[in-house]
Design a binder for this molecule. Structure first.
Ligand code: OOG
Ligand code: NI
Length: 267
C-alpha cells in the first residue's frame, strides 16, 4: 500500500466516525484555505497482538521513522512520534496503554478483548484503520473501563483507527493564529476542549494546540443496548521555528496530556 492510499483510507474511516472533521475542513476550504494535516494519532493496548512494537513496523514500511518517546504516568501511557523523510507527510503520534499498571479486574476485561485478536490478521498498515478486533463489550463493561481509564473504554469500543487528524495552522493563509481558528470553529457551533484552557502550549514550547470535543454517535454494545458515546475529534496545531530556524517537529507532553481529554463525555 502506498502512503497516499493509506491516508485516503484512514481519512475515509475517520470522517465516518467524525462527521464534524469533514464539515470543519469544508468550511476552511470555503474560506479559500488549503488544509494540510500536521499529524494523526492512534491508540492501542500494550501486551497485545496490536501493541506499539508490533504495529509500528507498518509505519516504517510507509517510510516513517521513530522521532521521540513520551510518557504519561497518570494516564499510564507510553507514546512515540514518527516522522517521514518527505516533509509534506503528516507526523504520526502512536500511544499505547500500559495495561499491566491497571487494576486486576480491568486487566482481566482488557485481556478478554485482546485475546480475541487474530495475530495472523495484522499484516500491513491497514491495521491502522481496522477498528475493533474483538466483540463490542457490554455497556456495563464499558462503564467499568471508563471508571478507571477513559482511554481503555474508548479503545475497547473503537479499536484501531485515527483518533484525530490535525490541521497545520502554521500552513493556513487567512486564519493564522489559534485564537482565530478557535473562534472560527466555535462560530460553526463545535465545542472545544477546555481542559487547562482552550489553547494548550505556547510559542515558548514551540507548539500551540486546540481541539474539538469528540463527535458523539450511537454505539450498539455487546449486550444489545445502544448509547451515544464520544467517537473522534479534530485538532488544530500551530508549530513554531526552533532557534536554528527549523520547524519544531515534536510533541509536548503537557499539551498532549490535555488533548487526550477530547474523547471525554461532555458534561
Ligand atoms: C492523543 C493525544 C495527544 C497531541 O497532539 O499532543 C496528541 C490522543 O488523544 O490519542 O494528539
Ligand atoms: Ni494530536
Amino acid at each position: 500500500m502506498n502512503i497516499t492510499e493509506f491516508f485516503a483510507n484512514l481519512w475515509n474511516d475517520y470522517v465516518r466516525m467524525t462527521p464534524q472533521a469533514d464539515a470543519i475542513q469544508q468550511a476552511f476550504q470555503q474560506r479559500g484555505e488549503q488544509v494540510i494535516n500536521d499529524h494523526v494519532a492512534f491508540r492501542t493496548f500494550k501486551h497485545s497482538a496490536v501493541e506499539l512494537e508490533r504495529i509500528e513496523p507498518f509505519l516504517f514500511d510507509l517510510g516513517y521513522q521513530r522521532n521521540e518517546q513520551y510518557h504519561f504516568s497518570a494516564k499510564k501511557l507510553n507514546a512515540w512520534s514518527y516522522i517521514h523523510q518527505d516533509e509534506n507527510q503528516p507526523l504520526i503520534f502512536l500511544s499505547e496503554l500500559l495495561t499491566d499498571q491497571l487494576s486486576a479486574p480491568t486487566q482481566a476485561i482488557i485481556r478478554s478483548l485482546t485475546e480475541q485478536i487474530d495475530p495472523g490478521s495484522i499484516t500491513d498498515a491497514s491495521v491502522f484503520y481496522s477498528g475493533r478486533h474483538w466483540q463490542c463489550p457490554d455497556y456495563q463493561t464499558y462503564q467499568s473501563l471508563l471508571a478507571e481509564s477513559e482511554y481503555a473504554a474508548w479503545l475497547s469500543v473503537f479499536g484501531l483507527r485515527a483518533n484525530h487528524f490535525t490541521v497545520a495552522v502554521h500552513k493556513l493563509h487567512s486564519l493564522k493564529t489559534l485564537p482565530e481558528v478557535n473562534e472560527f470553529v466555535e462560530s460553526l457551533d463545535y465545542e472545544l476542549n477546555t481542559t487547562g484552557s482552550k489553547i494548550k502550549g505556547s510559542p515558548e514550547v514551540f507548539l500551540e494546540q486546540s481541539s474539538t470535543m469528540a463527535s458523539h454517535q450511537d454505539v450498539t454494545f455487546g449486550d444489545g443496548s445502544t448509547y451515544q458515546i464520544p467517537t473522534c475529534f479534530y485538532e488544530f496545531a500551530r508549530r513554531y521555528s526552533l532557534p536554528d530556524g527549523s520547524l519544531f517537529k515534536g510533541f509536548v507532553e503537557a499539551n498532549a496530556d490535555k488533548i487526550f481529554d477530547s474523547t471525554n463525555a461532555r458534561r
